[in-house]
Write a protein that binds this ligand. Structure first.
Ligand code: ZN
Length: 211
């Protein structure tokens, strides 16, 4: 186990946050990385996440951010302030450096995916709402296929979107398949729009049910 891993194992995010003066209520606090008027940051045991600016990290990143110091300095402060007794003066090992880079890359990849997933969910949700206006005017009309998709999928999309907004990192990652599926629907719709414009068809042209 690396020094960083030992620190993260032994000091939780809420404990360090409280120690360095962050007040929280039900695990929520004001973000220290943007000008936050209402608590938009959630403190989990192993990491923190801001729903306002997307700031995200572990206990060492938290202390580095609050104190405005490097990750190494933050690790040293935690070691001293929480009496962990780790030898922090020996040079950082190669495996520690590799681990830090790997973790940073993983965090970055996750944040990129999270932003992308949020955009996909909000765009698909918006489309489903828009498609409600394509309702057939009479019982004899063939229903527009996007209207049918909206009827079939809007509730489910809202459930996934809601779970995403209220979930933690692990819970969000479980929604990868749904996000990919919604993304494919958006792409399919965009392709149709391009074909429609190229074919000179009107926007209101009704298309047959595809389900
Ligand atoms: Zn923030």
């Amino acid at each position: 186990m690396t020094t960083f891993e030992i620190i993260k194992e032994r000091v939780t995010v809420p404990r360090a946050a409280a120690y360095y003066g962050i007040t929280s209520r039900n695990g929520m606090c004001c973000c220290f990385e943007h000008n936050d008027k209402h608590p938009s940051m959630k403190l989990y045991e192993k990491n923190y996440h801001c729903f306002g600016c997307g700031a995200h990290g572990d206990v060492i990143a938290l202390v580095a951010s609050i104190l405005g110091v490097s990750m190494i300095e933050a690790a040293k402060r935690i070691n001293a302030d929480f009496g962990l007794g780790l030898d922090m003066d020996k040079p950082i090992s190669r495996s520690d450096i590799i681990m830090i880079h790997r973790k940073r890359q993983e965090e970055q990849d996750y944040i990129e995916w999270e932003n992308h997933a949020f955009n996909v969910l909000s765009e698909y949700h918006k489309l489903l709402l828009e498609w409600r206006s394509n309702a057939p005017e009479s019982a004899d009309d063939i229903p527009d296929k996007h209207f049918v998709e909206s009827i079939n999928t809007l509730d489910y999309c809202e459930y996934i979107f809601d779970s995403f907004l209220n979930g933690n990192k692990e819970e969000r990652l479980l929604m990868k398949r749904e996000v990919e599926c919604f993304e494919q629907r958006i792409y399919a719709y965009r392709r149709e729009c391009i074909t429609c414009v190229a074919g000179g068809k009107g926007k209101d042209k009704r298309t047959a049910v595809f389900l």
